[in-house]
Design a protein around this ligand. Structure first.
Ligand SMILES: Nc1ncnc2c1ncn2[C@@H]1O[C@H](COP(=O)(O)OP(=O)(O)OP(=O)(O)O)[C@@H](O)[C@H]1O
Ligand SMILES: [Mg+2]
Length: 503
């Protein structure tokens, strides 16, 4: 007897069969992972389960406790015990943490919201999860990792029996991931069934009882985790063996492309608090500089301040190609030939309502820079090129970006900057949410660009990625440089020691 049974689910969008007869079951207290390439249909299946796509908009049946359910919306699925943490954050940025957690179910008396009780309950919940977040803070002022944790707290506030986690750890620090898994263990022992979606196979193997692999809207297989290995799962996902994903072609470095002196970045809320302190570095043409560090070390703030996108106070001196560059806004940065693939694709990277073509071309750039910075016509830019080289899964360049799978959205952001041919490219977590096969493509692209002379600054929380791609690694700890290693010197042990401040 199972808690949940999804039978032969078919879901079509205009021109796309996202799910083509997928069946899936979940038992009470079971941890069942769902893996597959970008666009395989994982998030769509979960949106069917949670009523985002209501009964009637798909074929097949959903049974909970052996009873067929026909959800008209999220409220119905929640009432049946389903709670989902979406891949794309769905918090209201303008509201406080507490308001977000209790949105739509605020404690009230005689129709008046009881704020004291709301914040009391919210802080209790956050404390119970060991989360050090003030419930009165506006969500938009939190970093993306903390927002993700609020999302998790919100889902848990609903006493779910079936908890869906779609890429929940993408923005979490290692200790936050530990916190999450402690919570999940607790829920499992209470009999909550969990569906776990992740491209991080270490996490998938950590707690899974069973693993299901989806490919192109179909189930490739469901197996007990004990029968599987990472390699077997990857081969099933991609449909082929994936070999060494970090080929490192030798190439020459040129002149210094970017030189940054005395960079200081201050907190937006507390302008006296330095997030980055007195950092100086240079990157040469053809060089990949990796910036390693734990979440919160100041890596994204560093890139944003150089790019002129940091909302708080900052100071630094920048030279591009040997001359002083005055950069006080992203438009200035772009005009100096700097491109930036940001970690939060919704905030700076992607306009969800627009087409892939618009996002990749002038319109997309204009939305960031506030003015047109290159004069090639839209028609002359073949978005089809990067669509193909990055394997963006979509019918045409005119597909609306918001309808792409999470990983494919990230590829559009990358493709946009590649089309502008920047001299200097900042990559902040470029492969977050990207499947293994596509990662390989992106790594090859980064190597190719460096070989052509682009200077690249790479921030990534995945240590193998930083070590595999970088010619040089600079390590930040609490906003200061605590280590710098050449490619041959950089070992995981040394970099981690520097990242934790104990080198
Ligand atoms: N609202 C929509 N309109 C049109 N097509 C859609 C829509 N949502 C999803 N799709 C398409 O359905 C397919 C499956 O997408 P889905 O988001 O389920 O993939 P996924 O497995 O979650 O991928 P990822 O790992 O990148 O998150 C993709 O081809 C996607 O473009
Ligand atoms: Mg998805």
């Amino acid at each position: 007897m199972s808690l949940l049974e999804m039978r032969e689910i078919v879901k079509e969008f205009p021109g796309v069969k996202a799910l083509d007869g997928v069946s899936f079951t979940l038992g009470a207290g079971e941890f069942h992972s769902l893996v597959g390439e970008n666009g395989a249909g994982k998030s769509t299946l979960m949106k069917v389960l949670s009523g985002v796509y209501p009964h009637g908009s798909y074929e097949g049946d959903i049974l909970i406790d052996n009873t067929v359910r026909s959800f008209r919306g999220i409220r119905d699925s929640e009432a049946a015990g389903v709670s989902i943490i979406f891949q794309e954050l769905s918090l209201v940025k303008e509201l406080t943490v507490g308001e977000n957690i209790f949105l739509g179910k605020e404690p009230s008396r005689f129709g008046v919201i009881n704020w004291t009780e709301l914040y009391h309950k919210a802080s209790h919940l956050l404390r119970d999860l060991n989360l050090d977040i003030d419930p009165r803070v506006i969500v938009g002022n939190l970093g993306i990792g903390q927002q993700q944790l609020v999302e998790i707290a919100k889902a848990l506030s609903k006493d779910a029996r079936i908890l869906v986690l779609d890429e929940p750890t993408a923005a979490l620090t290692e200790s936050e991931v530990e916190t999450l898994f402690t919570i999940l263990e607790k829920l499992k022992s209470r009999g909550v069934g969990m569906i776990y979606i992740s491209h991080k196979l270490d996490e998938v193997f950590r707690m899974s009882d069973r693993i299901s692999v989806l490919r192109d809207g179909r189930t490739v297989g469901t197996h007990s985790a004990a029968e599987l290995t990472k390699d077997k799962v990857i081969a099933a996902m991609v449909g082929r063996e994936v070999g060494d994903i970090f080929p490192k072609p030798e190439h020459e470095f040129g002149e210094t492309a970017l030189d940054v002196r005395g960079l200081n970045v201050y907190s937006i809320d507390r302008p006296d608090k330095a997030l980055v302190e007195n950092v100086s570095f240079a990157v040469r043409k053809g060089e990949v500089l990796g910036i390693a560090g734990l979440m919160g070390a100041g890596r994204s703030e560093l890139l944003m301040a150089i790019f002129g996108a940091w909302k708080g106070k900052f100071s630094r001196e920048i030279s591009v190609d040997g001359s002083i560059a005055a950069i006080s806004s992203p438009a200035d940065a772009i005009a100096h030939g700097i491109g930036f693939v940001t970690e939060d694709r919704k905030r700076f990277g992607l306009i969800l309502e627009q087409t892939i073509l618009d996002n990749m071309t002038l319109a997309g750039l204009k939305s960031i820079s506030g003015r047109y910075v290159c004069n090639r016509t839209r028609e002359s830019i073949a978005a089809a090129g990067p669509m193909k080289s990055l394997r963006i899964k979509a019918n045409s360049p005119l597909t609306i970006a918001g309808t792409l799978s999470g990983g494919n959205q990230q590829k559009v952001v990358l493709g946009k900057w590649l089309l502008t041919h920047p001299k200097i490219l900042f990559l902040d977590e470029p492969t977050r949410g990207i499947d293994v096969g596509a990662k390989q493509e992106i790594y090859a692209e980064i190597n190719r660009l460096a070989k052509e002379g682009m200077a690249i600054v790479l921030v990534s929380s995945e240590l193998p990625e930083v070590l595999g791609l970088s010619d040089r690694v600079m390590v930040l700890h609490e906003g200061r440089v605590t280590g710098e290693f050449t490619r041959s010197e950089a070992t995981p042990e040394k970099v981690m020691a520097a990242a934790t401040g104990s080198y």
